[in-house]
Design a protein around this ligand. Structure first.
Ligand code: PEP
Ligand code: MG
Length: 576
């Protein structure tokens, strides 16, 4: 029966497909027994499920190729290893034979037993394995309950889940998942950022979707509005087709802007840099005529693996980004890991009580012996192949900037002594995402060459609103007078001291904010390539003189409603 779920659009695009439901791996399964004569049947059921998961993982491994093969492959190999663990398998059989438990309950008991062993270990890396065990056991459980043979491999599925980890997204896409509907999450989460990068329609906060949607249900998903329809009727199908046509039309229209400048109606060129996480992003940024890369997040290089990438490996990745941009500036951010996106190598602490306020970003880089120096060496070596700028995340004090600057100086002289060909100058900039850095900017602006405002975190810290907490709704939003004022102050100070200022948070990539950011004086945007042409189109409809004239009214706004009213009056409407 038709049912509508309203979530939030986190990655645009429309999809029509069948639901692949993934229940949360909480394993609160009640104890259930089977009759003695049903033991063999239950064992057969379980082994058929395990075999199907095994072949599904094998098929995926074979299908993987390209840039993600190595990363995702390792992850799959680890899961295959767990699935073949004789202790796990024998334990399951014993529980069903001796205890007459259902396969589900046997899986739960085995999961809890293995998880307890891992959780008791001192080593953070081993503790992190519990997630893998949950995923493997979760897959087997899903296979046990699959009505439709082969459903897991079905291309065109729409995954319905509680949350999805950034590292899983590429794997899901490789499995043929064409959209994701999550009951939790937020459009500003790292998963959402990555989904946009992969062009994978993504709806977050679709509450009740897990309770009401069954595996195999037909769904229509709109990644822009966040609307999900189960069992779409004729009108929904018509809407879906219309959206698909509209998207194709808009794509064609936007594609005409690929070679056009990002120039306001009064002739001012605005720099549009790209945010990138992958080689594909870099290629797209180049093809769209981005001014360069404004934010290359390096943490994805450190996730999904058991050891840290060494200097040479890092160097090769950074060099290839630089080469991919053929002489345009490439801004590479030093590692921004933390307990919120903890890695497998155990570098980032996993169980911090308050990860967003913990040992993340530059704090972690400075706390771990050799981590920063290795990354700086790789980055500076890449500068021999084209212009590289180094961006440091989560800075909150002058001391941190000075420490990184001193380290960079040391690395530059070392590399010169070793005979490496490197740039004469490698600009060093900081993210402005901790309010203290914005407020104390005068104290260290002379130490940096450029600034990049990270509105995703700035909003979270300034408003004490978790960027991943769906329950906060509009509380987490850049449309707050304090946020606008702080952005304006940073831009103004940067301009006064001749330091370029960009905004690289998601705000820069949403065309609804373009006029507002121009009014605040922004001349450099760094955004995901997926929305670059839309922002360019918006800029081409704005008059900079008019926006700057309207700035005082925007800064006088006392609340969200007045800011929204300003945005409605100054939306530089794009017609047709
Ligand atoms: C930000 O905080 O705005 C930002 C760009 O960094 P990240 O989203 O990677 O935290
Ligand atoms: Mg940030």
């Amino acid at each position: 029966m038709r049912q509508v779920f309203h979530g939030h659009g986190a990655a645009r695009g429309s999809a029509l497909g069948r639901a692949r439901v993934r229940l949360p791996a909480t394993f609160d399964i009640t104890e259930e027994h089977i009759a003695a004569d049903a033991v063999e049947v239950e064992l057969d059921r379980l082994h058929a499920a395990i075999d199907s998961v095994r072949s599904e993982m094998h098929a995926l491994r074979v299908r993987l190729h390209g840039a993600l093969a190595h990363e995702v492959g390792e992850f799959l190999d680890l899961h295959a290893l767990l699935l073949d663990d004789p202790e796990l398998l024998q334990g399951l059989d014993d529980l069903i034979r001796a205890g007459h438990y259902t396969a589900d309950y046997a899986l739960k008991l085995q999961r809890d037993r293995i998880a307890a062993v891992f959780q008791a270990m001192d080593d953070a890396y081993f503790r992190s394995r519990v997630e893998d065990i949950d995923q493997v056991i979760g897959r087997v459980r899903a296979a046990l309950h699959r009505h439709d043979a082969g459903a897991e491999g079905r291309a065109g599925d729409i995954l319905v889940c509680e949350t999805v980890a950034p590292a899983e997204l590429a794997q899901l896409q490789a499995q043929g998942v064409m959209a994701i509907v999550a009951t939790g999450g937020s459009p500003l989460s790292h998963s959402a950022i990555l989904a946009r990068s992969l062009h994978l329609p993504f709806v977050v906060g679709a509450s009740h979707a897990l309770q009401r949607i069954n595996d195999g249900d037909v769904l229509s998903v709109d990644g822009s509005t966040g609307m999900v329809v189960r069992d779409p009727d004729a009108a929904d199908l018509r809407d879906h087709r219309a959206r698909a046509r509209e998207q194709a039309r808009e794509r064609r229209q936007l594609n005409r802007l690929r070679r056009e400048p990002s120039r306001t109606t009064d002739g001012v060129d605005i720099k549009l840099y790209a945010n990138a996480e992958s080689r594909e992003d870099v290629a797209e940024a180049h093809a769209l005529g981005a001014a360069g890369v404004g934010l290359y997040r390096t943490e994805f290089l450190f996730l999904q693996r058991n050891e840290l990438p060494d200097e040479d490996e890092q160097f090769r990745v950074y060099r290839d980004v630089v080469l991919g941009m053929t002489g345009r500036a490439v801004t590479i951010r030093t590692l921004d890991l933390g307990a919120d996106k903890a890695d497998r190598s155990g570098l980032a602490l996993r169980h911090e009580p308050n990860p967003a306020l913990g040992l993340r970003g530059v704090r972690l880089s400075l706390a771990r012996e050799g981590l920063l120096e290795t990354q700086l060496r790789a980055l500076v070596r890449a500068s021999g192949y084209g212009p590289v700028r180094i961006l440091v995340p989560m800075v909150c004090s002058r001391e941190e900037v000075r420490t990184v600057r001193a380290s960079l100086k040391r690395v530059v002289s070392q590399l010169r002594r070793e005979g490496h060909e490197i740039a004469d100058h490698v600009p060093l900039g900081t993210m402005i995402e901790v309010p203290a850095a914005a407020l104390a900017l005068r104290g260290f602006i002379d130490e940096v060459d450029f600034l990049s405002i990270g509105t995703n975190d700035l909003v979270q810290y300034l408003l004490a609103a978790d960027r991943n907490n769906e329950a906060l709704g509009e509380l987490y939003s850049p449309l707050h007078p304090a946020v606008l004022r702080l952005i304006r102050d940073v831009i103004r100070l940067g301009q006064a001291r001749g330091k370029p200022v960009a905004v690289c948070g998601e705000m820069a990539g949403d065309p609804i904010f373009t006029p507002l950011l121009l009014a605040l004086g922004l001349a450099e945007f760094s955004l995901h390539p997926g929305t670059l042409l839309e922002v360019r189109r918006k800029i081409r409809h704005c008059s900079l003189v008019a926006m700057r004239k309207a700035a005082p009214a925007l800064l006088r706004a006392r609340d969200r409603a007045s800011i929204l009213a300003w945005m409605r009056t100054h939306d530089c409407a794009v017609d047709g």
